[in-house]
Write a protein that binds this ligand. Structure first.
Ligand SMILES: CC(C)(COP(=O)(O)OP(=O)(O)OC[C@H]1O[C@@H](n2cnc3c(N)ncnc32)[C@H](O)[C@@H]1OP(=O)(O)O)[C@@H](O)C(=O)NCCC(=O)NCCS
Length: 286
């Protein structure tokens, strides 16, 4: 097996990872102090394309994931290079591999400040900055305005709404969301479904996402109703073009924990109607 310390990065083999690689992926997370995100990694290994470079001493030297949305769009995530192999071109090698694999699709990702310089060098442009808000949301006294989604009866309407908003096919992923999420909830009015949102467990936090809604009022109702059932801190990523929603989250007890930049390769226009996409499903899926 080639040694990343002595082999030029461009010659290192990139391997497709599968669910059997879960423990190796988690070890890399721990190396970068990202926490033991076992449910998230398993969901990615089962529903996205995960790639890695092997570490000859066992484990993985680096990982990256590509989530395809039909043939038109794709999200990149879990760009991790083991500390001992940092600065040797492995990040570039893995990114180039998934960009080639993505072909003509519009490719996007959420970047930490560690990753942003690498992505900029590869042609990604920042579209917006999102704040990860983490804490216990105060929900006392708020009326319940949503109901649990019925995976059979609501699926068609949910997929139709998501298709308009996300603008690329993530129907396979949303079908699996019902098994992965703690809850999926919907809001309706006389016209039909006007919003839906999910909440899934990641380590010790419950992530609220996706949040898709016709307007901010509906998005708030979904966030409240999901958070009201949470048995621990919740996390939601909201971009800074929504200062009203961010202020409201702050007043309700959710301060900023960190922030990430949403970047698009080549600065291409995004499909769909992002004004109704209030939070991503999972930043690692774009
Ligand atoms: C970000 C990360 C993946 C980079 O991996 P890496 O293997 O060290 O990166 P590379 O050696 O391939 O660097 C690629 C290019 O980006 C540049 N680069 C990488 N990190 C940089 C930084 N912090 N500042 C400036 N430039 C940087 C390198 O100079 C290099 O440029 P070149 O190819 O023109 O010489 C790695 O540092 C990491 O795993 N960090 C922690 C996890 C993380 O935050 N991941 C990003 C999630 S969005």
């Amino acid at each position: 097996m080639p040694d990343p310390l002595t082999t030029p990065a461009a010659e290192l083999p990139v391997r497709r990872l599968g669910p059997d690689d879960l423990e190796r992926c988690l070890a890399l997370n721990e190396d970068r102090a990202w926490g033991r995100e076992d449910r998230k990694w398993l969901f990615l290994l089962e529903n996205a394309e995960a790639y890695g470079i092997d570490d000859p001493s066992g484990g993985l030297a680096g990982t990256v994931t590509l989530t395809r949305y039909g043939t038109t769009a794709a999200g990149i995530g879990m760009m991790l290079v083991a500390t001992r192999y940092g600065g040797r071109g492995l990040g570039r090698r893995l990114m180039t591999h998934v960009l080639d694999a993505a072909g003509d699709a519009t490719v996007f990702l959420w970047a930490t400040e560690f990753g942003r310089p690498l992505y900029e060098k590869l042609g990604f442009e920042t579209l917006c900055v999102a704040e990860a808000r983490v804490g216990r949301l105060r929900v006392e006294g708020d009326p319940v305005r949503s109901r649990p989604a019925d995976p059979a009866a609501d699926l068609d309407a949910l997929l139709a709404l998501d298709g308009e908003v996300f603008g690329a096919d993530r129907s396979g992923l949303l079908r699996r969301l019902f098994g992965f999420a703690e809850q999926v909830r919907v809001v309706e009015d006389d016209s039909g479904l006007i919003g839906y949102a999910g909440m899934w467990r990641n380590h010790s936090t419950l992530v609220i996402g996706p949040v898709v809604a016709d307007n901010e009022d509906v998005a708030r109702a979904l966030i409240i109703d999901l958070a009201r059932t949470a048995d621990g801190p919740v996390r939601v990523e909201v971009d800074r073009t929504r200062p009203g929603l961010l202020d409201w989250l702050g007043e309700r007890g959710l301060p900023q924990a960190f922030w990430t930049s949403f970047m698009v390769h080549g600065g291409r226009p995004l499909p769909g109607d992002r004004s109704r996409l209030f939070a991503p499903l999972m930043t690692a899926m774009g």
